[in-house]
Design a binder for this molecule. Structure first.
Ligand code: BDP
Length: 714
């Protein structure tokens, strides 16, 4: 009996200590800095949370768990102001009004301030905000300061989000699968809802609140109208109830043909009176279930989805009918600009601009057009979408893809903070717009501001599949709050919270993350190559894809390799996509000399023997980049191995194994691409580089019928 008991206790202890990644960045383990530890025990010896609302209770629980874990002691909970009190209260509360607080900048609805003040000789820390959501964000901010061992004694923070709606898009289907999901199945257990609220929903909401995400679109953009039926709305309401205390509003995708499919109308024509009324009734019904429902995301007339063009109506006609129905409730429509058609005889990357630019100003004020970061489709690297800055009278929102559909899915370590920043920092050259980030923020012209990321979250124990994929969820949220943060700073925060404050761990892991994006671009799509991945599942290289029923889904359409050279001519002598950018940028991208080499083959068809900045010919440079990518993965592996003693065993091993896979996949990409493009360049691989050990035929023969995340309809 005793032995059994001891064994049980051991297993219990092990279970507690095991680092399986479930806790994400909210680990709250005791901080290692003993000086700070004793200081903080004094600073936060008493918790005073003013109020009893659901959000205030969530704050209380978070602070209790956080402080108890981080500081290894339990603060008292007296409603008194004494030295060491941490007071959490809204700006209009009695207790705050009595204090001598100075707030220098106006805080927006969700903003917050953290102040250390001396009140009647007592040193008090205050988290305050105009509304409860801000208190929640301030709470997580303070916990982060403690967890990352960043601040000694001075607390003087004022922060407001730059973008109003910071949203995750889940491409989750009602059958529990996730389109382009690489972390298991959907988190949403539709079958057991509304009765069963999984603890995971709460932990999901906590994680989101900790980085300022305030919206979630529960369903796939390739939408199923059933979610708008009462049986499902009841389930949606249960989720909305679970998320609400954490400041998260729920949104759904609306299938444009829902009036036909679930409304039994003969048409979904947006100008038909019955259809207009149907959407009004439907929206009224939705708000009965979810009074703070956020609105709809719509993918229309894209990749086979129904839309207004089926009835010869415009995207504005389609968006406006939904917007009018949502308007009385302050709901919004996020209408996607991801539209293209293989029947349109124009470069696919131009089609969204061609379609939407003429509609500028024709949308209702509660419509926001959701634009992918680049003009094609979440490729490892794309120039920013030319619609940013070009639509002067229509709010646009950014859509990033956090799930790594085209960036190594769940086997590759890629920190996307650098990709997000590259896009947000891109200069549009429209004087009134500035950077892409600024166009999202510009409140003067935008009646609503928003940013969305396609979630990488699933039922895997560690949420995101790859332990490092968590950092992409984290980075998205932090940049959505403030796109001016640096990606390196965000990486550092994440490492400190998720792994360790040990300087060796921090410096090495941040370096691995910071280099990882360029590395992946090097071994997948260097010099502006794009869309050369596997058919349908998009896993691995397949630059040879051709002769499919749609040319714009093949690889050869995009790389245009022939015996003279490679690349898509988008200059005025080609598709002239460059003309969709502001004149200055048009001139830069359109010039073979001025075009940044990272976009070279995106905009230009370049001869194999043309010389690049390095002095190498294009063919040589292409080979060197592919090989460099692999060498860089080898370096990542080596750097990671040095961290064995400063990271926990479980996650160390997990990442080690995945880095080995990444190495094999990088070699696969390199060999397959170099061998394939060599059939056009007809030149040897530079002699200093080792030769691929397998043939092109071998790579072309590989098939992956059960690769994860496949889009079911295809
Ligand atoms: C593509 C994905 C596809 C999505 C589509 C979209 O392969 O699964 O449905 O984007 O964003 O990249 O609508």
């Amino acid at each position: 009996m005793r032995i059994v008991l001891v064994a049980f206790v051991l297993i219990q202890t092990f279970a507690v200590q095991a680092e399986d990644g479930y806790r994400l960045w909210l680990r709250y383990d005791k901080i290692g800095n003993t000086r700070l530890l004793s200081q903080y025990k004094k600073d936060f010896s008493n918790l005073y949370i003013d109020g009893q609302s659901a959000t205030q209770l969530a704050i209380k629980t978070e602070l209790e768990t956080g402080l108890t874990g981080l500081l290894d002691f339990k603060p008292t909970q007296k409603k008194t102001i004494s030295t060491g009190t941490l007071l959490v209260a809204t700006l209009d509360s009695e207790v705050i009004r009595k204090l001598n607080l100075t707030i220098t900048k106006p805080l927006t609805k969700e903003g917050f301030a953290i102040k250390r003040i001396t009140q009647a000789g007592k040193s008090v820390t205050v988290i305050t905000a105009p509304a409860e959501a801000g208190l929640l964000y301030g709470t997580f901010y303070l916990l982060r300061l403690i967890q990352t061992e960043q601040v000694g004694g001075a607390f003087d923070v004022e922060s407001s989000p730059r973008i109003q709606l910071r949203i995750l898009n889940h491409w989750d289907n009602l059958d529990g699968t996730v389109e382009r999901g690489y972390a298991g199945f959907s988190l949403w257990n539709w079958h057991k809802l509304p009765g069963y609220i999984d603890q995971r929903y709460i932990d999901y909401a906590r994680a989101n609140a900790s980085i300022g995400i305030n919206g979630t679109v529960l369903t796939n953009v390739n939408a199923n109208a059933l979610v708008l039926t009462p049986a499902y709305l009841e389930k949606v309401a249960a989720m909305a109830d679970a998320f609400r205390p954490y400041g998260i509003r729920v949104y759904l995708t609306a299938r444009f043909s829902a009036p036909i499919e679930i409304g039994k109308l003969p048409t979904a024509d947006p100008l038909n009176e019955e259809v207009i009324q149907w959407w009004k009734n439907k929206v009224n019904e939705v708000y009965k279930y979810v009074p703070d429902f956020g609105g709809f995301v719509v993918k229309a007339n894209s990749e086979g989805q129904p839309g207004p063009q089926n009835y010869n109506r415009t995207h504005a006609d389609g968006a406006n009918v939904l917007a009018d129905a949502l308007k009385p409730y302050d709901g919004i429509v996020m209408w996607r600009a991801f539209v293209y058609d293989n029947k349109v005889p124009d470069d696919r990357t131009k089609q969204a601009y061609n379609e939407f630019k003429p509609l500028d100003g024709k949308f209702r004020s509660n419509v926001i057009v959701q634009v992918k970061n680049g003009p094609l489709d979440f490729q490892p690297r794309e120039p920013f979408h030319p619609l940013f800055g070009a639509m002067k009278h229509t709010p646009l929102m950014m859509e990033f893809q956090i799930t790594q559909e085209y960036l190594g899915q769940s086997t590759n370590l890629v920190y996307l903070g650098n990709l997000f920043k590259e896009v947000l920092d891109s200069e549009t050259y429209y004087p009134e717009s500035g950077t892409v980030g600024n166009t999202l923020y510009n409140h003067k012209t935008n009646s609503v501001t928003a940013i969305a990321g396609v979630a990488n979250i699933g039922s895997d124990r560690n949420w995101c599949g790859h332990p490092f994929a968590q950092s992409n969820w984290y980075a998205f949220g932090r940049l959505a709050w403030d796109y001016e943060l640096s990606s390196k700073q965000i990486a550092e925060e994440w490492v400190r919270m998720t792994y360790s404050n040990n300087p060796l761990a921090v410096n090495s892991i941040v370096k691995i993350m910071d280099d990882s994006y360029e590395t992946v671009v090097n071994y997948m799509t260097p010099l502006g190559l794009h869309h050369i991945m596997g058919w349908n599942h998009h896993y691995g290289p397949a630059p040879w894809i051709k002769d499919k029923h749609r040319a714009d889904w093949t690889s050869v359409y995009y790389h245009n390799a022939d015996t003279t050279g490679i690349g898509f001519n988008r200059t005025h002598s080609g598709s002239n996509a460059v003309s969709q950018y502001a004149p200055e940028l048009h001139a830069i991208f359109g010039s073979r000399e001025a075009c940044p080499e990272k976009y070279l083959l995106w905009f230009h068809h370049v001869g194999w023997n043309e010389t690049l900045k390095s002095g190498n010919t294009l063919w040589e440079e292409l080979c060197f980049r592919y090989y460099r990518g692999v060498t860089e993965v080898e370096q990542m592996e080596k750097q990671w191995e040095l961290l064995k003693d400063v990271t926990d065993g479980q996650r160390f091993k997990h990442v080690s194994q995945l880095l080995k896979i990444q190495h094999q996949e990088a070699v696969w990409w390199r060999n397959a691409c170099v061998l394939y493009f060599q059939t056009f360049s007809k030149q040897p691989i530079p002699s200093v580089l080792p030769k691929p050990d397998k043939t092109l035929d071998y790579y072309m023969s590989l098939e992956f019928p059960y690769a994860p995340g496949i889009k079911p309809q295809w």
